[in-house]
Design a protein. Structure first.
Length: 275
């Protein structure tokens, strides 16, 4: 996977050389009910160790997010599901609905590795099953769709450490490259944005096409890395529906802190960070 990500970033470097400087998109804070209309199924995940991620409902009881959000960065173990709370539509200190997580299902091929290990973006995906359904007229779970092509534009709705009280919408950021299950995006993500849904407008409706896994810097330019949903999500849903789907994590994994920073390679000027 390391070679795959380096190749992705190399492809981005080639794209960036021809990119127009006026393609940058801006964040819009969704502070009012009007601004947040249609995005209420995106929520803030409060993680027991004091962390925060972003997640989105894809069913009344199922939140889609990044796998590394399920790990305690201090204890370097899986977080007890009961210590995670999903706040749907959290805005200005209030949520449209709040539920505790009853079950965490991590993709079976996702592992935390050591400081010099692979960056496992392709399988950085998890489902959090809530302790009860969220059924409200203003909260409509999102449907998913196939990953976008290079050159297409996507939107991201996320929380972050410096915008934790209300979600922010970034529209029309670019898909710069894709390879081996990873997407390189021009989106502006930060700590807390992990697991944030990446949308495409399909038939006039937002569809989740990826999830924020990491942020990176390439020659001083910030980019976001997202997962490919199609196969990993299908595998997770199968686990969810099976009697064995409590926590599907690979055995004997080596855990690293989610906020660790490491080099992808010595010569491409890229730096990889967990958001």
């Amino acid at each position: 996977m390391r070679k795959g990500l380096v190749a992705v970033l190399a492809a981005f470097l080639g794209f960036a050389a021809h990119a127009q400087s006026n393609n940058a998109s801006e964040l819009t804070t969704l502070q009012t009910a009007y601004d947040a209309s249609g995005w209420e199924a995106v929520g803030r995940l409060n993680i027991g160790w004091g962390g925060m991620c972003t997640g989105a409902l894809i069913a009344p009881r199922i939140v889609l997010t990044a796998a590394h959000c399920a790990f305690d960065r201090n204890e370097q173990t899986l977080v007890d599901a009961r210590d995670i709370v999903f706040h749907a539509g959290f805005r200005n200190g209030r949520a449209s609905a709040s539920r505790r997580v009853a079950r965490v299902i991590v993709h079976p091929d996702y592992v935390f590795t050591g400081p010099n290990g692979d960056a496992n973006v392709a399988n950085d995906l998890a489902l959090f099953e809530l302790d009860s359904d969220i059924v409200l007229s203003n909260i409509d779970p999102f449907r998913t769709a196939s990953r976008p092509r290079k050159g297409q534009q996507v939107d991201v709705v996320s929380y972050a450490h410096n915008r934790a009280e209300s979600p922010s919408l970034e529209e029309a950021c670019d898909v710069l490259a894709r390879q081996r299950g990873a997407l390189v995006l021009s989106c502006d993500v930060d700590f807390g944005s992990s697991g944030a849904p990446i949308f495409m407008n399909i038939g006039g409706q937002p569809r989740i096409v990826s999830v924020v896994s990491a942020m990176a810097e390439v020659r001083g330019r910030k980019v976001a890395l997202g997962t490919n949903l199609e196969k990993p999500l299908s595998e997770l849903l199968s686990l969810l529906n099976s009697s064995f789907g409590t926590v599907a994590a690979a055995p004997d994994v080596n855990i690293i802190r989610p906020n660790a920073t490491r080099r992808l390679s010595g010569g491409d000027g890229a730096k990889f960070l967990r958001p």
